[in-house]
Write a protein that binds this ligand. Structure first.
Ligand SMILES: *Cc1c(COP(=O)(O)O)cnc(C)c1O
Length: 360
């Protein structure tokens, strides 16, 4: 039987290959590769889509975080609260600025930051909260807003979710090829309603200069390039359709009875299912059966960030973030992408059900 990958990026863009080729051809014809008309147009179109005043294209989602933190003046002596159940880049960006990541625990049902635990960790040094919309599910924005500390949305996994990207002081996105909105290489974006902040990020991405003549800040070289922007402009137009397909696929897993064999991610209208992450005490058995059947699966953040060697000096021990550590032990994800077909999903469900007949 044909293997089923965890994600089939190519299946999502194959229908648009003629338009992609035409866009690439256009960039080649123009001879403009860096900060040209496609980047400017994509920034306008992305800001309009997100409902924010401005957006700034950068080289990747990690740089988007570093540049926002830099533009906000986050540095040595500052604390930024973030989850430990997220991709490493979230906390790495904080440490890269010389600030201290303060890890808060997450909520077991949403897998996102637990606002109560965040509140308990706010100190005089807390400069910001960095909230992740994990696996495409919106973080608790209303509760986080009430904490009275500026927060940033790490929206790398959630472009296309209707309410994200405009509540925090700024939001960051990654267009790494497996993300919901992706490009054909590396790319990233910062969005914000704050014109001064956008201007500062725009300067920082080009060596701290507005005009390539006067250099006012110690900046970076971190630009979205024209080829990526040209492709992103096409894909942005497809995004709502892709999100609808991901949500349909998620609903189908529930209808097919996957929930009889493991705990499914809780649905909510804004969930854009970057990944379909389930939980089971039998996850190793389930994954072995999936592998045997030629079906891709993955586990995320098995060593949560507070237990990574790079953050050992922060002194978090085993047991310090109990919900995070439990999720690290029992989460696993099954195939999802925009356009996964029902046959593939039926095969996934029957293999998981055979491996773990009763939800644990
Ligand atoms: C992918 C991702 C990033 C980093 O994005 P890159 O474009 O790979 O640098 C940051 N945070 C989260 C939550 C991510 O999923």
């Amino acid at each position: 039987m044909r293997p089923i990958p965890l994600v089939d990026v190519k299946a999502q863009y194959v229908p648009f290959l003629p338009r992609i080729r035409e866009a690439i051809e256009g960039v080649l014809e123009s001879g403009a590769f860096i900060l040209g008309p496609n980047v400017a147009a994509f920034e306008r179109e992305a800001a309009a889509y997100l409902g924010v005043r401005d957006s700034v294209g950068v080289a990747n989602g990690t740089d988007a975080l570093v540049l926002v933190l830099d533009a906000l003046g986050v540095g040595s002596g500052d604390e930024v609260i973030c989850p430990a159940f997220t991709f490493y880049a979230t906390a790495e960006a904080i440490a890269r600025r010389g600030a201290t990541p303060v890890f808060a625990d997450v909520d077991a049902s949403t897998m996102n930051l637990d606002p109560e635990d965040v509140a308990a960790r706010i100190t005089k040094r807390t400069k910001a909260i960095l909230a992740v919309h994990l696996f495409g599910r919106p973080a608790p924005l209303a509760e986080l807003t009430q904490l009275g500390v500026p927060f940033i949305e790490d929206a790398a996994q959630a472009f296309g979710s209707p309410d994200i990207g405009r509540t925090g002081i700024a939001s960051t996105f990654s267009f790494y090829p497996t993300k919901n909105l992706f490009c054909i290489g590396d790319g990233g974006l910062v969005s914000t309603d704050d014109a001064a902040l956008a201007e500062r990020v725009r300067m920082l991405r080009f060596h701290g200069s507005r005009d390539k003549v006067d250099f006012e800040l110690i900046g970076y070289n971190s630009r979205l390039d024209e080829l990526q922007a040209a492709v992103l402009r096409i894909f942005l137009g497809e995004l709502d359709g892709w999100v609808a397909k991901r949500r349909e696929a998620a609903a189908r897993y529930a209808e097919l009875g996957l929930g009889r064999a493991c705990d499914l991610p809780e649905d909510e209208p804004g969930h854009v299912y970057h990944l379909f992450v389930c939980r089971s005490n039998e996850r190793d058995r389930i994954r072995a059966a999936l592998k045997q059947a030629g079906i891709g699966s993955a586990v995320y953040y098995t060593t949560p960030l507070h237990l990574q060697n790079a953050f050992a000096d922060l002194g978090y021990g085993h047991g310090s973030l109990p919900v995070t550590e439990q999720l690290a032990l029992d989460n696993f994800s099954v195939p999802i992408w925009a356009g996964i077909d029902a046959d593939a999903q039926e095969r996934v469900v029957s293999v998981v059900q055979a491996a773990a007949p009763v939800a644990s």
